[in-house]
Design a protein around this ligand. Structure first.
Ligand SMILES: Cc1cc2nc3c(=O)[nH]c(=O)nc-3n(C[C@H](O)[C@H](O)[C@H](O)COP(=O)(O)OP(=O)(O)OC[C@H]3O[C@@H](n4cnc5c(N)ncnc54)[C@H](O)[C@@H]3O)c2cc1C
Length: 309
């Protein structure tokens, strides 16, 4: 790759947000470099759900079909690497990869996602994405009417329990320490026979490489459960490079952008989970579409003005 050529757009991250932006910009005849190290947030899960036409697809099939379709656009280059450094040089972004590519571009999109940093409960990592999930809209259908554990605490816990009750009525909540709810909330859970266990969790007993069997709490009490949901997965940014270019994180740890993904750093866009916390595959793809159209509009206007000078 010639380091002196100027690309229209570099995209950091090739999950659904980055791939969709690449497709839209590719079809707009833009020269695009998509750099991805291939660690999407849902890589621990076997299948993806809720993306019409892709429902129930395995991760590998999902990415294979996306890359096959992008290959038709020779103006889009997909590079498997890690972006180590990005700097702004006047109005040009200079991107350096771990595999020594140096790419100069007019615009840059970070579609770099979040990574989950689960609480250190033995067994949790093994079950995450196999029988314990963060989102009932993604995986609730498969767990319906099962005896479920809910791992949650804090001010949004009650709302999370209410949501999951739609998929199963057999719920036990593990707060892993003291919790605080109103008397009305406690009474509402009791009425629905939803037990809350505040004792510290010692470990999860897992069978068959990821299936939850029981939750062991302090005092060696074993509570049988076959699957579950976890509310707080400790998600953090997978890539902090935008902060070096002056983009701020909000109180949830997501990048601040406008609704097209535009940031305060002109020409730098952030889309998908990195700015929305949990956009889901389709939401992230929609962000990619929106930002792709917006960036192409900007490029068109810049070229139009230059031509009339
Ligand atoms: C267990 C689990 C199951 C899920 N199941 C579903 C589901 O069934 N349906 C659904 O709609 N949603 C699901 N989600 C949510 C979904 O995974 C995310 O909302 C979605 O992946 C966000 O897309 P994204 O493109 O923003 O980021 P990601 O898909 O996370 O992609 C970001 C990409 O950027 C790359 N990257 C980051 N930094 C760099 C760097 N410096 N250089 C190069 N590359 C970089 C990463 O390696 C990654 O490939 C699930 C999430 C989890 C955790």
């Amino acid at each position: 790759m010639a380091s002196d050529s100027l690309w229209d757009v570099v995209i950091v991250g090739g999950g659904p947000a980055g791939l969709t932006a690449a497709l839209v910009l590719g079809r707009a005849r833009r020269k695009v470099a998509l750099i991805d190290e291939g660690q999407p947030r849902n890589q621990v899960a076997k299948q993806s759900h809720g993306f019409l036409s892709r429902d129930g697809m395995t991760q590998s099939a999902f990415y294979k079909v996306n890359h096959t379709q992008l290959e038709a656009y020779k103006n889009v280059s997909c590079i498997r690497s890690h972006v180590d450094h990005v700097q702004r040089d006047q109005y040009i972004f200079v991107t350096l990869t771990r595999s020594n590519e140096k790419i100069r571009s007019r615009k840059i999109i970070f579609a770099s996602g979040l990574k989950d940093q689960l609480p250190p409960i033995p067994g949790l990592q093994e079950a995450y994405g196999k029988s314990i999930f963060p989102c009932p809209y993604c995986d609730g259908w498969e767990l319906q009417e099962k005896p479920l554990a809910i791992f949650a605490n804090g001010k949004h816990m009650y709302g999370y329990i209410q949501q999951i009750y739609q998929w199963s009525k057999d719920l036990i909540v593990f707060t892993n320490g003291p919790t605080c709810m109103t008397d009305i909330e406690w009474a509402a859970l009791e009425k629905r026979r939803i037990k809350v266990i505040e004792k510290p969790i010692k470990q999860l007993r897992i069978k068959n490489g990821g299936e939850l069997a029981s939750v062991i709490v302090e005092g060696d009490q074993s509570v049988p459960r076959t699957a579950g949901f976890i509310q707080d997965t400790g998600a953090i940014q997978a890539c902090l490079l935008p902060t070096q270019l002056g983009v701020h994180l909000n109180e949830k740890g997501c990048y601040e952008t406008n609704r097209h993904g535009q940031t305060t750093c002109k020409g730098l866009y952030i889309i998908g989970d990195a700015q929305a916390y949990f956009s889901g595959l389709l939401g992230a793809a929609a962000d990619g579409y929106e930002a792709g159209v917006q960036i192409n509009r900007e490029l068109v206007l810049e070229e139009w003005d230059r031509c009339s000078n």
